[in-house]
Design a protein. Structure first.
Length: 320
């Protein structure tokens, strides 16, 4: 059974803890490698909190404490030697990731799969220099990883597609609805589309066409209504294909194609803004309102998961 596979993770920040929670909740024994062992207690408490959230939503078959007992947190890479799949979610730094893979290859079986939760580094770049590049894949999660059904599995130029299919099957057993990219491209699917949307959003705001509030309001009440039910191609099927071609001919030449990062974004980051994390972002927050928005987002994530499961077709139905 897939739940009997020993899964390793590397990194237990917010995303890494969320990934470990998802895998633990699916029934696996998990070993998590971290750089600083004195952060283990904090990570363990965070994962327990995530598991308790899942329990409240009726998504666990065992008690959170029982599930957490299957987690080992260590700074000893040799404890990963008998694991079948390793998923790293360390900082988005190419040199650090490559050093990690070199360490992993000294202890792992040649057939153990290494997955990277990179958001933008091409998988082919991560593969270069490895002894067994065919076993490295991109395994891209979305926050909160223990709730969403999202996952992208990405092949680099040297990836063995057999390994990719294994991860897709494993992801489905974790409650995900994974997408497979058979060719490597920077940003993968969702990030390429999302950042095109962000570029146009900044273009509208910085050139005075709309406020931040108006852009958010429009997208929430249009895109937000259908995107969980239907992706862009299904939506065009549902609403009539020819009209989109007409609009494309007129609108594509007018869309932003800027290759510069937005000044608004540069200035905001330079001012120290991190969003709700430090109560400073595109919107004003107090510490209390920032915490309230975080809690609302978690509640919404569970609600939208339930709605998606009600309407999303099976893989077989997708082709009908």
């Amino acid at each position: 059974m897939t739940s009997q596979l020993r899964i390793g993770t590397v990194g237990l920040g917010l995303m890494g803890s969320s990934i470990a929670t998802c895998i633990l909740a699916a029934g696996h024994t998990v070993t998590s490698l971290i750089k600083e062992i004195d952060t283990a207690d904090e990570a363990r408490e965070r994962i327990l909190d995530y598991l308790r959230q899942l329990e409240q939503e009726g998504l666990l078959t065992d008690a959170p404490e029982t599930i957490l007992a299957r987690l080992t947190i260590t700074d000893d890479v040799t404890l990963l030697s008998d694991h079948t799949v390793i998923i790293e979610s360390i900082t988005e730094n190419l040199d650090e990731k490559k050093l990690l893979y070199q360490r992993l290859e000294t202890v792992l079986s040649p057939t153990a799969i290494i997955g990277s939760n990179t958001s933008a580094i091409p998988v082919s770049v991560l593969q270069s220099g490895l002894k067994h590049p065919q076993r490295l894949l991109g395994i891209h999660w979305a926050e909160p990883a223990h709730i969403t059904r999202f996952m992208e599995v990405i092949c680099g130029k040297d990836s063995d597609l057999t390994y990719a299919y294994e991860i897709v099957a494993l992801a489905e057993s974790w409650g995900k609805e994974p997408s497979l990219l058979r060719k490597d491209i920077r940003g993968f699917i969702t990030n390429r589309i999302m950042y095109a949307m962000l570029r146009e959003s900044f273009n509208l705001v910085e050139n005075g066409y709309a406020t931040i509030e108006d852009v958010d309001r429009s997208l929430r009440n249009d895109l937000g209504y259908w995107i969980t039910f239907a992706g862009p191609f299904r939506f065009m099927d549902l609403t009539g294909i020819p009209a989109y071609l007409t609009v494309m001919k007129d609108l594509f030449p007018e869309l932003s194609n800027s290759t510069e990062t937005p000044k608004l974004m540069e200035d905001l980051v330079a001012s120290g803004a991190k969003g709700v994390q430090n109560a400073k972002g595109f919107y004003p927050y107090t510490p209390e309102s920032a915490k309230e928005w975080e809690e609302k987002f978690i509640d919404f994530s569970y609600d939208i998961r339930k709605l998606a499961q009600k309407y999303i077709p099976t893989s077989a139905e997708d082709t009908k």
